[in-house]
Design a protein around this ligand. Structure first.
Ligand code: FES
Ligand code: FES
Length: 159
């Protein structure tokens, strides 16, 4: 069965014919070609697929695409400015060693953005809590926490 859904994706109005069983991750990556959002475990355990839906960080592998009707979706592709400048959170991850292989980074950055949009002055414990669902096999997490701390207070905005 298919359904036509409308939603806002990185500021653009989207209307898309979806199959009702598609996940949001499938819609983004396989149908729309937005491969910045990663698929790791596929079952809600790694956070690699994290995107923001109506200001909340969600695992897109567990989120049915049909549920985004009328909602606002932000993915990693929407963060850099139109001139190509990285979002302050992306730049901070680069500057503070928060990225090694990069596989977890889109999810880490989207979880961080959801946190800082809500709480620009989040402390270390709040950052740890917000990123508890995001797994990194490379960095040991300290550089990731430092990356988020370095950008907090900037409001997580790039515009
Ligand atoms: S791919 Fe969604 S949580 Fe791992
Ligand atoms: S940087 Fe490699 S998994 Fe996090």
């Amino acid at each position: 069965m298919t359904t036509n859904i409308s939603f806002l994706l990185n500021g653009d109005k989207i209307s898309y014919e979806i199959k009702d069983h598609w996940t949001l991750l499938h819609l983004l990556r396989e149908e729309m070609g937005l491969i910045g959002t990663k698929e790791g475990c596929g079952n809600g355990e790694c956070g690699a697929c994290t995107v923001i839906v109506d200001k909340l960080a969600v695992n897109s592998c567990l989120y049915l695409a049909i549920e985004i009707e009328g909602k606002t979706v932000e993915t990693i592709e929407g963060l850099a400015s139109t001139s190509g400048a990285l979002h302050p959170i992306q730049q901070s991850f680069v500057d503070n060693g928060g990225i090694q292989c990069g596989f977890c980074s889109p999810g880490m950055i989207m979880s961080s953005k959801a946190l800082l949009d809500e709480n620009p002055d989040a402390d270390r414990e709040e950052i740890k809590h917000a990123l508890a669902g995001n797994i990194c096999r490379c960095t040991g997490y300290i550089q990731i926490f430092e990356s988020v701390e370095a950008v907090k207070g900037m409001g997580g905005q790039n515009d």
